[in-house]
Write a protein that binds this ligand. Structure first.
Ligand SMILES: Nc1nc2c(ncn2[C@@H]2O[C@H](COP(=O)(O)OP(=O)(O)OP(=O)(O)O)[C@@H](O)[C@H]2O)c(=O)[nH]1
Length: 557
């Protein structure tokens, strides 16, 4: 038995004689960004009776130790993890992520991905989007640039692998038919049984259909594995046509009210016409809910183009990636979704029946980076920052200090989140806003920004300066190409926002009981009264006067 402890460990060089006598001494915990620039080999230390021979890229020989009481296994995608690490190391001592200082780490990431056999177009678009996001990321207090880059890379890796976990789809009315395809030796027959075992644990009854008639041993193998997991296997030997076997098998499964039927099909050494047309025929005969292509992780980006080819030829719903426990470099896991558009639904991580699990892009990304702790630290820091920002804003509103910087920050935050129109559409009750109104709102935002941009830092900080000084307003108007009245309106608008926000915050905090009705009435009246109507003129006839009143009112505070 293995894997009771799963601490990720690293050796910075092949073990010395002393280290071989005591492997534990040679192991350095890697739960933090390491300083070493020496490529580290990722190992998983698990208690066990022997020291198993395991893949050791770059350090042949030393893994043959036996009887040490320690089982050491290469961590998945260890080489890729190591390659990425040199990227983080290059950012040490910097205090920000910039286009310049990120160039070299991005080259390391690019190299690491290519060495991991990720397809070139995928690498290119990945690098582009990580660069763009990393440079545009706000600095979070307490978070180092290298940690921030880890987080950006993690998020992009998750997206690259499909974002969400792609669940198995079940037919609305049973049985669900799963058709498995794949080249010879990829682990298809084994996956049939593993999947049945997995579904059985979910409480589903299963049946396996042996439709691989070209390799008699495959039928025997499936029968044995079926027995092992306690699932019936339907077979008709090697004489019948695969499509007919599958049809008959489904009939039998239906009579037994089986929930899920898994059809094992023949594998070939390479994609050929005969294979594709036979698969098409079986697919037509069984009308499957899922068609899953089993691919071998060791074949790297080749696996991704296979998924693409099968999808074009027969139409598939997803892939199952086997042999991830081996010395695979990660190219398949990282390329499949992006290259083929089809998700990886399961991964095989060993030969045992329980070694099949759903594919979780986020867990996979974390395994690749080997930095779960850094990621959660950055996430927490982001959360704290959001909270601090909100608290800061709240304080400012309550003490009537909401200024033009805050105003700008808010509008820019909206811009960052996407176009104004999309944001408006998301606000409940706001979806009746017409496109013309949205365009108008966007224009207004730009209009206001142009005035704020020419204010001095002091004026932005203390809008009272503008309220009190006509010269300042005239200057802002001149520099922004607007007129004095427009600047006065903007200043008055900020004071009105302060008043409204303060009243609402006060109400939320139970500090006073503002005249909410009056406030809402006045907002509604302003919205309803169309510009230039008699009602609007009566109520807001002297807009300049009202603006000045607002400023005076707040100057007294
Ligand atoms: N290490 C490891 N071995 C696996 C995994 N899945 C399958 N295998 C092994 O790969 C070998 C081939 O598996 P099969 O299931 O016979 O492959 P197949 O695709 O059905 O092969 P054909 O019937 O010839 O098309 C077997 O020795 C399996 O035990 C896995 O996830 N990890």
């Amino acid at each position: 038995m293995e894997a009771t402890s799963s601490t990720t460990l690293a050796l910075s060089s092949p073990p010395t004689a002393a280290a071989r006598r005591s492997p534990a001494k040679a192991i350095v915990a890697s739960h933090h960004l390491r300083h070493s620039s020496v490529p580290a080999l990722h190992l998983r230390a698990v208690p066990g009776p022997s020291f198993r021979a395991l893949p050791s890229p770059g350090f042949p020989g030393w893994r043959r130790k036996r009887g040490s009481g320690l089982v050491v296994r290469a961590e998945m995608f260890g080489q890729l993890t190591t390659g990425l690490e040199s990227a983080w190391n290059k950012l040490r001592g910097t205090d920000q992520l910039t286009k310049d200082n990120i160039a070299e780490p991005m080259r390391d990431i690019r190299r690491a991905l290519l060495e991991a056999d990720v397809s070139l177009p995928v690498v290119r678009s990945f690098i582009e989007s990580v660069t763009e996001k990393a440079v545009g990321t706000d600095v979070i207090r307490g978070v180092k640039p290298e940690q921030q880059l880890v987080k950006v890379v993690n998020d992009e890796l998750v997206q690259l692998m499909g974002g969400e976990v792609s669940d198995l789809v079940f037919a609305k009315t049973a049985p669900t038919v799963i058709l498995l395809a794949g080249l010879q030796g990829v682990g298809k027959t084994t996956v049939c049984a593993k999947l049945a075992y997995y579904l059985k644990k979910m409480g589903k009854s299963c049946m396996l259909i042996a439709a691989d008639v070209y390799r008699p041993a495959a039928i025997d193998q499936l029968t044995i594995l079926g027995k092992q997991v306690g699932v019936p296997v339907y077979s008709e030997g090697t004489e019948a046509k695969p499509s007919q076997i599958a049809k008959n098998g489904i009939k039998e499964a239906k009579s037994k009210k089986t929930d899920v039927i898994i059809v094992d099909t023949a594998g070939r050494l390479q994609v050929d016409k005969a294979m594709m047309s036979e698969l098409k025929e079986v697919k037509r005969a069984v009308n499957p809910t899922e068609v899953l292509l089993v691919v071998d992780a060791m074949t790297g980006q080749e696996a991704a183009s296979l998924v693409s080819t099968f999808n074009v030829e027969i139409g598939i719903t997803g892939a199952i990636l086997t042999k991830l426990d081996g010395d695979s470099r990660g190219g398949a896991a990282l390329s499949i979704k992006e290259v083929s558009g089809k998700p990886i639904k399961f991964v095989g991580r060993g030969e045992r029946m329980e070694d099949l699990e759903p594919f979780y892009p986020d867990r996979m990304a974390q395994r690749i980076l080997g930095m779960g702790d850094v990621l959660s630290f950055v996430e927490k820091a982001q959360e704290v920052m959001r909270q601090e920002d909100a608290e800061e804003l709240q304080k400012k509103i309550l003490s009537a200090k909401f200024n033009f910087n805050d105003f700008l920050k808010q509008t820019q935050a909206i811009a960052q989140m996407g176009s104004f129109s999309r944001i408006i559409g998301m606000i409940p009750g706001m979806n009746k806003v017409t496109p013309a109104q949205i365009r108008e709102a966007e224009k207004n935002l730009k209009f206001m920004e142009s005035m704020i941009n020419v204010m001095t830092p002091e004026e932005r900080e203390r809008p009272e300066l503008l309220a009190e000084s006509r010269e300042r307003r005239i200057r802002v108007a001149k520099e922004s190409g607007k007129n004095e009245r427009q600047v006065s309106q903007l200043v008055a608008q900020l004071f009105r926002m302060r008043a409204q926000m303060q009243k609402m915050m006060g109400a939320m905090q139970g500090q006073d009981t503002p005249d909410m009705e009056g406030l809402m009435d006045s907002i509604k009246a302003e919205e309803q009264a169309a510009a230039g109507t008699g009602k609007r003129r009566r109520k807001y006839g002297n807009l300049r006067r009202r603006d000045l009143d607002a400023m005076r009112g707040f100057r007294r505070r």
